[in-house]
Structure formats: structure tokens, C-alpha cells
Design a binder for this molecule. Structure first.
Ligand code: HEM
Ligand code: HEM
Length: 183
């Protein structure tokens, strides 16, 4: 009998880990922005915007890929509530990975601030008016979404570590194939 699929495709792995690195980069860029002043500080925000919009494009590609290549089911003995928490976390991740860049983009557009993607070309602004007031409300939303995203990353990593060290199954192996597969 054919062995069930037990790891993600190389494309899925690249998309997962690239997104994870970029999301962490986003947090580091904001910390760097807050720790500095002047042109360099503004440059950190410019890079943050470019990386954020790249995450938006990457997530759209990833969702397309995901529709064509559905996830592998969790081990059969995983309790139902854990399957629901895992699935809910993943769905919320996808929503936030789309919503956070869209809200940031909308805020920059409302404030009329240009976005130049990595200094290479003008990213079009959305047709949103309202000026600084609307931009401020959108940034409040951006900040709340960021807190939720960070909480989810912590929950997600704890879940992955629980699978590996407590359940001792292959869930982490299939996202990190360098970790040896358990029999
Ligand atoms: C910002 C960081 C991260 C984000 C946004 C993220 C997002 C996601 C998403 C959306 C999925 C679901 C994939 C799908 O089936 O569509 C997933 C799966 C997974 N992630 Fe992450 N991830 C992050 C970091 C990590 C880290 C650091 C680890 C390891 C410690 C990890 C381990 C896993 C594992 C093992 C799965 C597979 C779960 C399964 O097979 O059901 N992730 N991740
Ligand atoms: C997944 C993508 C993104 C993540 C994870 C992210 C995350 C964050 C975080 C954590 C903050 C700090 C919030 C606070 O405590 O005040 C922030 C601020 C900000 N973000 Fe994003 N962001 C993303 C995408 C974007 C995009 C696409 C734009 C604009 C095009 C953007 C524009 C901004 C701006 C202008 C700030 C405020 C910087 C300041 O303090 O002046 N973000 N973002």
C-alpha cells in the first residue's frame, strides 16, 4: 500500500518558511524604526512597507498553491479540539497575512504617502481619502492585528513543539524535513 503523504511539497515548505522569516523581519524592522531617528528610521518604515506588500503577494500565491495542494491531515489520534485549534490558527494566519498588508497599504494611501517598492518602482496607492484621521484609525487596526499575529505565532510554535516533544509524532518533521522522521 502506498505510504500516505507525510511532508509538504518543496514549494509549500519554501512559502511557509519565507513567510515566517519575512513576518519576523517586519517586527525587527519596526523595532529598528523605534530605536532610531531621522532618515535611517524612516528608511526602516519604507523597507517595512515593501516587505509587507511582498508578504501580501506571497500569501496570494500561497493560497492559490494551497487550493491546488491541500494540507496533509494531522495524525488520526489527534483530539478533535486540537485539530480545530490548529485549523483555526491557520485560517486566522491567512486572514492576517492578507489583512495586515492591506490595512497598512490603505493607511499609507489615506495619508497620501508614496510607497516605493524597495526603491525600484512606485506601488500604486488605493483610492482612499480621509487624510491623517483615517490613516490613524487604520494604523490602530494595524497595531491590534499585529498583536493578534504575534499571539498566534507563539501559540503555533508551542503547538509545533508539543507535537514534537510531547506527542512525539512527525508533524514538525513534515514542516522541517531535516528533522529525522520517527518510525
Ligand atoms: C511567523 C511565523 C509563522 C507563520 C505565519 C506560520 C504559518 C503557518 C500556516 C498558515 C500553516 C498552515 C499551512 C497550511 O496547511 O496551509 C503552518 C503550518 C505549520 N507550521 Fe507554521 N508559521 C510560522 C512559523 C512556524 C514555526 C517557527 C514553526 C516551527 C517551530 C512552524 C511549524 C509549522 C508546522 C509544523 C506546520 C504544519 C502543521 C500541520 O501539518 O498541520 N511554523 N504555519
Ligand atoms: C504582514 C505584513 C505586516 C506586518 C506583520 C506588520 C507589522 C507591523 C507592526 C508590528 C507594527 C508596529 C505596530 C505598533 O506597535 O505601533 C507596524 C507598524 C507600521 N506598519 Fe506594518 N506590518 C505589515 C505590513 C505593512 C504594510 C504593507 C504597510 C504599508 C504599506 C505597513 C505600514 C506600517 C506603518 C506606516 C507602521 C507605523 C510605523 C511608525 O511607527 O511610524 N505595514 N507594522
Amino acid at each position: 500500500m502506498a505510504e500516505p503523504r507525510n511532508r509538504y511539497s518543496t514549494v509549500s515548505l519554501i512559502l511557509h518558511w519565507l513567510t515566517a522569516v519575512l513576518v519576523i523581519t517586519q517586527i525587527v524592522l519596526i523595532q529598528a524604526h523605534e530605536a532610531t531617528d531621522g532618515p535611517i528610521s524612516r528608511e526602516f518604515v519604507n523597507i517595512h512597507k515593501s516587505v509587507g506588500l511582498s508578504i501580501l503577494v506571497l500569501t496570494l500565491i500561497r493560497l492559490g498553491w494551497r487550493v491546488a495542494n491541500p494540507a496533509i491531515p494531522l495524525p488520526v489520534d489527534t483530539p478533535r479540539w486540537q485539530k480545530l485549534v490548529a485549523r483555526g490558527t491557520h485560517v486566522l494566519f491567512y486572514i492576517l497575512l492578507l489583512a495586515m498588508p492591506l490595512v497598512g497599504w490603505a493607511a499609507s494611501s489615506a495619508a497620501g504617502r508614496d510607497i516605493v517598492w524597495f526603491g525600484l518602482f512606485d506601488w500604486p496607492l488605493l483610492p482612499i481619502g480621509g487624510g491623517r484621521d483615517v490613516a490613524r484609525d487604520l494604523m490602530d487596526l494595524h497595531e491590534s492585528a499585529a498583536k493578534l499575529l504575534i499571539a498566534l505565532v507563539i501559540l503555533h510554535v508551542l503547538g509545533a513543539l508539543k507535537h514534537h516533544f510531547i506527542d512525539r509524532d512527525n508533524v514538525l518533521h513534515r514542516m522541517i524535513p531535516l528533522i529525522p522522521r520517527r518510525p
